[in-house]
Design a protein around this ligand. Sequence first.
Ligand code: ADP
Length: 396
Amino acid sequence: MKILVINCGSSSLKYQLFDMENEEVLVKGLVERIGIEGSRLVQKKNGDEFIIEEPMENHTQAVGHVFDALVDSENGVLSSLDEIDAVGHRFVHGGEKMTKSALIDDEVKEAINEAAKFAPLHNPANLMGLKACEELLPNVPNVAVFDTAFHQTMPAKTFLYGIDYKYYEQEAIRKYGFHGTSHNYITKRAADLLGKDLSQTNIISAHLGNGSSITAVKEGKSFDTTMGLTPLEGLVMGTRSGDLDPTVVTYIEEKENLSPSQMNDLLNKKSGVLGVSGVSSDFRDLEEAANNGNQRAQYALDMFTTRAKRYIAGYMAEIERCDAIVFTGGIGENSIELREEMMKGFEQFGIKIDKEANEVRGGEHIISTEDSKVKVMVVATNEELMIARDTQNLVK
Ligand code: ADP
C-alpha cells in the first residue's frame, strides 16, 4: 500500500510518500511560498533534489505540482497517481470530538471547522490541503490525524483551567495539548525499548524543537501536557512565550495599545528565546552566542532548561512511577549540552546521565547510567510515519 502524508501550512506544504510494505519513504518534499511570489517545490529522493519553480496561487495548484513531481518520468517515483491508496493529513486541532485519527467525512470536517476557532491559522490551512486532494484524487480516501487527539485521555484535573467552569461548558476552553502524534510515537517506541506492555508504560516525553512540549504519560496514555488551549502554553519556545502571568498580557496590551491579535502575534512570534535573547530562535545560534559571552542568550537557554526541569520533576510526581524520561525533537535529539543541563539536579532522585552515552544525536539510545533509577533516552521522533500507519489502519 502506498500512502501520501501531507502537512499543510498557510503558505507551505510538506509531503512524504510511504510504501507501507516496509514503511519506506519513497520520496519527500516541501512546497514553499504558496500564494506568494516565488513559489517553489523541492522534492528529495536518495539525496537528489528535483525543483519546480512555477507560480502556485493556492493549495490546489501546489498539490497539483506535488502530483506532477511524484509521477515525473525522470525524478518521480510513481508511474501513475492511481498507485496512491490513501492520503493522511495532519490536522492541528481536533477539539474534544476528535479523540483519535479518522477517515474524513462530513462529520469529521464539521469537528475540524468547530475546532478552528482555537487554531484559526492552522485548521483552515490544513483543510486547504484536504480540499485539493479531494478535487484532484476524488476516489482516494483521506484520513485526518490530529495533534490534539493523543491528549484526549487527560483527566479533568489536568485539563481544566482555574477559571469559571462555564467557560469550559459553554466555550470548550480547556487544555488540549499538541505534538500528540509525536508523543504517541515516542510512547510506543519507549514501551518497545523498555520491553514493557504499552498499558504499563509510564514515561515523560520531552519533544523539544521550535515548538516544545513535555507530556506525562501514564499507562500508555497522555495524563498531562505543557501546551494548552493553543500551542502557546508551557515551555519557553523558539518564538513563543510559554507560561506567563495573564496580567503581563493585559498590561502590555494596554500600555502599547495593542489589539488582541497584535498581542497574539507578539506572544507567538516575537517572544520566547528569541524575545529574551534578541539573537535568534535557533538553539544552535543561542549556544554559540552564549559561548561567546552573550548574557541574554545565556538567560534564554537557562530559562528553557529550568522550565523543562520544573515540568519533568512535577510530572514524575503526577504519574507516581516513571519508567523513562525521553528526549526528542530537533533540540531533544541533538543538543547534548541541554540534555545534560536539564538532568542536573535529578541525581538526588537517583537519576543519572552517563556523559559518554549522552554523546549522541538522533537515533534511539539509553543515555542514563546502569544504576539510574529511571532510564533516560533519546528517541528520534517520526510523526509522518505515525500518520502513515494510522492512515493505513483506517483504510485497510
Ligand atoms: P520543528 O518544531 O519546526 O519541527 P525541530 O524539531 O526541527 O523543529 O527543531 C528545531 C530546533 O532544533 C532548532 O531550534 C534548532 O536549533 C535545534 N537544533 C537542531 N540541531 C541542533 C543541535 N545540534 N544543537 C542544538 N540545537 C539543535
